[in-house]
Design a protein around this ligand. Structure first.
Ligand code: VGL
Ligand code: ZN
Length: 182
């Protein structure tokens, strides 16, 4: 696909079943993401990449501490086509939910330099980092699709997932099914 990228948000061990901040059925995103990866020339990803001490851990159990096994990609995720990983949540005083807050490189400039105008967002979690990344992208003028089968929600409060879908739709993000992608 021309001018388009698959963006894989935070598919890391700590967000998978058995991890420190496990998303229910989080592992169900891996197979669709592996399939999607084959369809894109541009495959990009983010990692939640926290320091040991951050205000973020006042709200959440300790997870995705940079360099730990919990912050790694799961073994069954096909990472062979990922061109670049954006590291976010790296500070002590911010949550860094959006991949546009990455500190190792500027995602917006990277996309622009490489002529990417459309983003297909997948990964974890629908109601936090997927939503934050998709909303930032659409607000910055990118055309954004969230791939239904390739995301799962935390649902800290019941209904958070539904709320996230409506927020995304209201801002012009399109929801797409994997089988609608050529
Ligand atoms: C996330 C909660 C805390 C996410 C990250 O990747 O959606 N959620 N940190
Ligand atoms: Zn986090």
């Amino acid at each position: 696909m021309k001018n388009a990228a698959l963006f894989i948000v935070d598919v890391q061990n700590d967000f998978l079943p058995g991890g420190a901040l496990a998303v229910k059925n989080g592992d169900a995103v891996i197979e669709p993401i592996n399939t999607l990866s084959q369809k894109f020339e541009w495959v990009l990803a983010s990692k939640d990449w926290h320091p040991q001490n951050t205000v973020h851990f006042d709200k959440w159990p300790v997870h995705c501490v940079r360099g730990t096994a919990g912050a790694s990609f799961p073994e069954n995720l096909d990472v062979s086509r990922i061109k670049k990983v954006f590291l976010k949540g790296t500070g002590n005083t911010d949550d860094g939910y959006s991949a546009f807050e990455a500190t190792n490189d500027d995602l917006e400039s990277y996309l622009k330099i490489n002529g990417i105008k459309r983003l297909y967002v997948a990964g974890l979690a629908t109601d936090y980092c997927v939503k934050a990344t998709a909303l930032d992208a659409v607000r910055k003028g990118f055309e954004v699709y969230t791939v239904r089968e390739a995301v799962r929600a935390v649902n800290l409060n019941p209904g958070d997932e539904e709320k996230a879908w409506s927020e995304m739709k209201n801002e012009g993000i399109k929801i797409i099914s994997i089988n609608e992608l050529k």
